[in-house]
Each structure stands twice: as C-alpha cells, then as structure tokens.
Design a protein around this ligand. Structure first.
Ligand code: ATP
Ligand code: MG
Length: 556
C-alpha cells in the first residue's frame, strides 16, 4: 500500500474528532448489499473505509465488512462469497470484523417497539398507493394517514400481529411519526417496516416483516459502534432521518453519517441493476467477464489491484459529483504494468516468414532480456529457426511513407537477433500475402547494420517450429459512447460489437508454462494475462488482453 499521506474533508473530520477526544478511536464500515458483484465504484468506498482504518491503526482503528442483507428478495450467497474475495483481492482485510445486518433483526424490532411506545411510530393500513399519494411533493405538504393517531396499545398489538404473520403483504406497514409537512420529504412519516413473506438467506422464514434500509442502516452502524458512517451523496437528504433514528432509538453509540461523491467512469455503466442486465441478457459471459467493470472482471482482465487503488487515491474524496475519464484508469494500468510485466514475444496476426539461407532443422538460442529497464528480471533464451511467425502488419507489399518495416528489398531486425532482407513473397488465390521470403545477414546479431544497409526497425517473431498455439481474447471497451446511460435506446443499444475478438496466436514456449493470472507484455502489442480460470500451465495457453500499449481511443 502506498505511503503517501492522504488528506480530504472526511479524514480531516476524523483527525479532529480524535484530537478533540470525541472519539478514542475510529471505526468505519464497508456495507455492501449482497445483490450483485462489487464494481469499480465500490473500490472508492473500500479504499476510503479500509484506508482510514489502516492509517489510524495506531489508535486501534478498524473497518468492518458488513453485509447489508436486510432485504430478503434480491440477495444470494454467491454474492457474499464474491464480495469477500474481491475486497481481499483489492488488498484489504477485515480480520474478525465480519458482520451481517440480518443478525440484528431482533434489535431493529425492539427499536421499532420502543418508537411505538414513545408515540413515534404507528401501523398504517393504507395501501402503498395511498401512502404515496398523500406524501405531497416539494411544494405541497403531505396529509396525515387516517391511522396516524392510533393509540400506543393498538399500535403495539397490530405490530405484534404483523410479526406473527397476521397481515398479508401490502396491507400494513409501520411508519415513523415525524412530520407530514416537513420540507424534507424523507421525514414525512417514512415507512420503517413492511410485510414480506419471503425466505431470507440467513434467517430462513423466521421473519415475515423486514425493516426498510433507512431505518436499519443507522441501527446497524450504532450496534457496531461505528464512529463515522461514510456513504455516497444520494444519502445526503436521508441524513436527517438517520439522525432521527439515532436520537430516538435505544442505541449504544451515536455514529455520524458523512457523504462523498460516487466514482463513475466514462464508457461504463456501474449500477448493479444494469450489470445484472448485462449478465442476464447474455451481453457478457458473466459477472467476471473481463469487459465488466466489476472487480472480479478487472481481475480476470489482468488489471492490477494497485492500479485501481492508485486511481482511487488520485481521484480523491470530494462532495462534487463528477465523471472520471476511463483513460485515467487505463493510464494507471499501463504505468504499473510497464514496470512489473515481463516481456514476451507473441504474434497475434500470424504471417509466415522463411529465412531461405538458414539451414533446415537448425536453430539458435537468442538471449532476450525479460525487461528493458530491470536487469533483476533476468533473461531467457528463445529459439530462432528457418521458419518464423511475424505480425501481418509488419510486412507491406507496397510500403507507405514512413513505414520502416518489411517490404520488398527492405531490411528489418528480428528482435534480439539478425537483420533480414526481404527477397520475395507469396500470395494465395485471393491475393493475400501468405509468406514472406528473407535472407539473413550473418554477423548482424548484436551488431550494427553493415555499411550501406538501411535497417530502421526491429520486429518481434516466434519460431514456427518452437512456438506454441494459443487462444487470445482481444478485449476492448464494452460501450461505444462516453455516456452509455444517456443513450436513447438504453445502455444495451450502445454495446461495442468489437468488444471481444477471439483469435489464434503463436506465442513463445515460456507462456505455456505461465501460472494463471500472470500478466506479461507481448512486445509491441500490449499487456496480456493468463486467464484465471481457463489457462492451465502445460496445456494450450489462454490469454486475455488487458490493454494495448497506447490509448487507441484517444484519436477517435
Ligand atoms: P449500485 O447503485 O451500484 O447498485 P449501491 O450503492 O446500491 O450500488 P451497495 O452494495 O449498497 O451498492 O454499496 C456499498 C457501499 O459502496 C455503499 O456505502 C455505497 O455508498 C458505496 N458505493 C456504491 N457505489 C459506489 C460508487 N460508484 N462510488 C463510491 N462508492 C460507492
Ligand atoms: Mg444498494
């Protein structure tokens, strides 16, 4: 983790609370709802909450991982497991501090009873529609429910009946009794409990009424003695109700809610609902498809966790809602991988090159550095032989201006080896060049071009005899427009049809031995990762393109 001291308005509040003695330590939480996989946006909240705990470890600070699983309808165990794995992968640990909001059902219930006893909550038997229609709007105050002034006894009895299953779904709710004329609509007697005859993944059928998020969340925070409850800006208007719950319920601590802006990216959709649509409608292969902006998708794409943390650090924590250029994340990915990824040779658009003056069956070891700037990464031997694969676009029958690679009578250096001269080429019936014929210049390995030979480029290659066939998936951005959410036909109408191309490549043998999740640079092509699930050392390699060497979208 980086040692750069971080500062933002939230960290300033936390430092002040420690300095003034308001809190002896800091306890934060990351509270995902297990209704989908974590995405890049969550990374901001994770880095913030776990980061603050790490920075304040000296005073005993900690960050809880809490599953906000009070809604029985959309939550699944698969999501719980993926969330744990993704938080760890991003580089954070919760230690013993793993919590489930569904463990507090009894506590929320007791708090609701407490509110009823204090005349602060009532059972409303209006329909959802009636409740909505009497809420009022920004200019018109709400009107009170005919059930608003029920006695405490009657409310206690009806609430117990709700718990006992005596009401059907939609026939009764519990509402906080606050102010139907409040300028803040959230405070117009919000619903705090509803009847839901649904099975819960943790509590089974023990409950048939469930608390609303706005009521449960402050209670979860208080129950865990959270000092600073950090959430995204859309909860700002809910804060008065958060404070009301804390003020009026028998809670063991008084957490403070502070809001910050969400992390959003161009060319990306981020809400879990939309990500689920992409999965369900088959636009991608699953939640961890390398094109998905999920953390598990990023991992499978070969995006290093460090790059995501760096991005979060650089974009910081503010109150201003903005949209982050995805190129900023791509910059961090390239910046990091450039220093750590070993170089390898691979050909993704293979064209045969034959060195006609090279003896058949003979090969020579070419020693290549694993990294141009890091000698500690060592070197490896790659076999050079008579027949090679080179990249299709490294030959042009009629070279354009400023094209310095192969063409008739031209010279080029084979990376790490000899200079070759193109002496001819062969085409198939369709007129496509399928073979390039060359002669090599003995004595040019590790030496300058001889007098009179113009050689201005070096190209990568893979020995046809020694290379290994690999499946390579060329991933690109999933959407063609900057703001897919704003697309007239909806975000699924602007999916990039070229976001995935599966090709057959030739790679140097070292890549067949790579462990899954190894990221390398294919020289001159970009960064590629051995697929986490489908690549197995010793079998046909399966690689995913993480990212090209340059931003190919910048010039579009
Ligand atoms: P989504 O709207 O994408 O489905 P959510 O807010 O419903 O996300 P939760 O599982 O409730 O997702 O989020 C857990 C935590 O992560 C919350 O504290 C939430 O504020 C934070 N979070 C979610 N999305 C972002 C984001 N894009 N940027 C920063 N924090 C986020
Ligand atoms: Mg949510």
């Amino acid at each position: 983790m980086s040692d750069t001291p971080k500062s933002d308005f939230i960290r300033e509040i936390i430092a002040a609370d420690l300095a003034s003695g308001k809190h002896a330590t800091t306890i934060t939480r990351f509270p995902p709802e297990p209704n989908g996989y974590l995405h890049l946006g969550h990374a901001r909240a994770i880095c913030l909450n776990f980061g603050i705990a790490l920075e304040n470890a000296g005073s005993g600070a900690r960050c809880h991982l809490r599953f906000d699983d009070t809604n029985p309808e959309k939550e699944e165990v698969e999501y719980v497991e993926s969330i744990k794995a993704d938080v760890k992968w991003l580089g954070f640990e919760w230690g013993d501090n793993l919590y489930y909001a569904s463990d507090y059902f009894e506590f929320y219930y007791d708090c609701a009873v407490h509110l009823i006893k204090n005349g602060l909550a009532y059972v409303d038997e209006q329909t959802a529609e009636q409740i909505k229609d009497t809420r009022g709007n920004l200019t018109v105050p709400g009107s009170p429910s005919p059930f608003r002034d029920r006695s405490v006894e009657e409310n206690l009895e009806l609430f117990a009946k709700m718990r006992a299953g005596g009401f059907d779904e939609g026939t009764a709710v519990l509402r906080a009794k606050i102010d139907m004329a409040s300028p803040n609509i959230v405070l117009r007697d919000p619903v705090i409990y509803r009847v839901l005859k649904a099975e819960h993944h943790n509590t089974g059928d023990a409950w048939c009424l469930y608390p609303m998020y706005d009521f449960a969340h402050p209670l979860e925070d208080a129950k865990e003695h959270i000092t600073h409850s950090l959430c995204t800006l859309e909860f700002e208007i809910h804060r008065p109700f958060y404070d009301w719950v804390i003020e009026n319920c028998p809670v063991p601590a008084k957490p403070r809610q502070i809001e910050f802006s969400r992390l959003n990216f161009t060319y990306t959709v981020m809400s879990k609902r939309k990500l689920l649509t992409l999965v369900k409608e088959g636009h991608v292969a699953g939640w961890d498809d390398p094109r998905m902006p999920t953390l598990s998708g990023a991992r499978r794409r070969g995006i290093p966790a460090v790059a995501i943390r760096k991005l979060c650090e650089k974009t910081g924590i503010t109150k201003f809602q903005g949209i982050t250029d995805i190129a900023q994340l791509e910059f961090e990915i390239r910046d990091y991988l450039n220093t750590v990824a070993p170089r390898r040779m691979a050909v993704i658009d293979p064209l045969k090159l034959v060195i006609t003056n090279w003896p058949e069956g003979q090969s020579e070891d070419i020693e290549l550095d694993n990294h141009p700037k890091d000698p500690a990464m060592g070197s490896r031997a790659v076999k050079l032989s008579r027949e090679l694969w080179i990249e299709g676009d490294d030959f042009m029958e009629v070279p354009e201006k400023k094209y310095f690679r192969l063409g008739p009578d031209r010279h080029v250096r084979l990376r790490g080896g000899y200079i070759v001269k193109c002496t001819g080429f062969e085409k198939d019936d369709s007129g496509k060049v399928v073979k390039v014929l060359c002669e090599y210049l003995p004595g040019t390995k590790g030496a300058d071009a001889p007098e009179g030979v113009e050689c201005r480029a070096a190209i990568h290659w893979v020995s046809a005899e020694h290379g290994v066939a690999a499946e390579v998936r060329l991933y690109d951005r999933l959407f063609t427009v900057e703001d897919p959410d704003a697309a007239e036909g909806g975000f699924t109408s602007v999916i990039n049809p070229d976001s995935l191309k599966v090709i057959q490549a030739w790679v140097e043998p070292a890549l067949a031995a790579a462990e899954p999740e190894t990221v390398v640079q294919y020289e001159r092509l970009g960064y590629f990762v051995a697929d986490r699930h489908e690549h197995q050392p010793g079998t046909k390699p399966v690689f995913n393109r993480t990212i090209g060497l340059r931003d190919s979208w910048a010039k579009k």
